[in-house]
Design a protein around this ligand. Sequence first.
Ligand code: CA
Ligand code: CA
Length: 413
Amino acid sequence: MASSSPGTSCTILAAGLALVAFVSCADAKVPAAEACAPLQTPEPNAPDQRPAFAGQTRACADRSNVAFEVVVLAKGLQQPWAVEPLPNGDLLVTEKPGHMRIVTAKGEKGGPIAGVPAVDARSQGGLLDVALSPGFATDNTVYWSYSEPRQGGNATSVARGVLSADGARLADVRVIFRALPVYDGDKHYGSRLAFGPDGMLYVTLGERSSKQMRPQAQQLDSHMGKIVRIAPDGSVPPDNPFAGRAGALAEIWSIGHRNIQSAAFDSQGRLWEVEHGARGGDELNLIERGRNYGWPVVAYGIEYSGQPIPGAVTARDGTEQPVYYWDPVIAPSGMQFYTGDAFPAWRGNVFVGGMRATSLVRLRLEGMKVVGEEHLLADRGQRIRDVRQGSDGALYVVTDAANGELWKIAPRR
Ligand SMILES: [Ca+2]
Ligand SMILES: [Ca+2]
């Protein structure tokens, strides 16, 4: 082990796995903030881009050393997109081709629930997220998002219905939100649903991917590339930031997003999202009312073609910087702040499904900064589509595959 050097030279005092290093400069020993080993080490896609602040990308590798076991509760799910724990311990699961079903806490797979409207399941479309009404215990109401076939194309819609006591059917099904405009495409629908502590439903929407549609992420007369906020009956809350503004769609809450498939509230009631960025530009954002998150004029990364993003810069006044970004990308889908008792070491951490990362991404936050990153379940090599916490404190995960699986992550017995 090195010892402190005399004079002005500096010596790295490294120990063991070198996750923590102290730089000794002459007589002072100070922790070196940048001296940790980042989890992500491959060459970035945009090597000339610089983060806006230290720690905005490539956080220190974190090792939680939590003993857990993975129980495969169900197999043979068709491209499951969402898992939503029910109060009784059962799990509600959506499958992209258009089915919703219940898997019991013991892993018994129920049949397709009747009453789900038709979806356009081509490419990235289909039956997408599902969320329980905040009053589910008494109203049995569920909400779901999907790519709805419409005249001239399709777009993301949100419907709600009342789940029968036996879980076999949805009644009183009503579409409460229809994103506009309609577009004849098959990509970037969003969409996660998250109820806030204000009782409102936040819906994340993609910008439909094509270069022709992309600029709409900056336009207030389009729902594309937005987070919208609606009341549980679909009506527009009068305190939305653009309500009453001429030419603006009143449902809009934030603008400038690419394709958001992860959204969650933290224990302080703040809304966060993780969005699919360009190649080298997946982002974690803290969402604030009425703000602009940049896309497609402010972004990290490059086009998937390998070209620069036309006209884009990585920072601009009037737009929000991501709290964190990934280059290379993880391809995020699903998100959960952990608050349970089963894994005390994980409390306050945020878990994100990693599809390209084929792992469950865990981030440790301190204040507004990501200070540690760990990729769990990587040994299984599966694309992780959604992650939710059950009332038992376990984490429930679905994998993105034609023969998809539902996993329960619980403390090792
Ligand atoms: Ca959900
Ligand atoms: Ca952004």
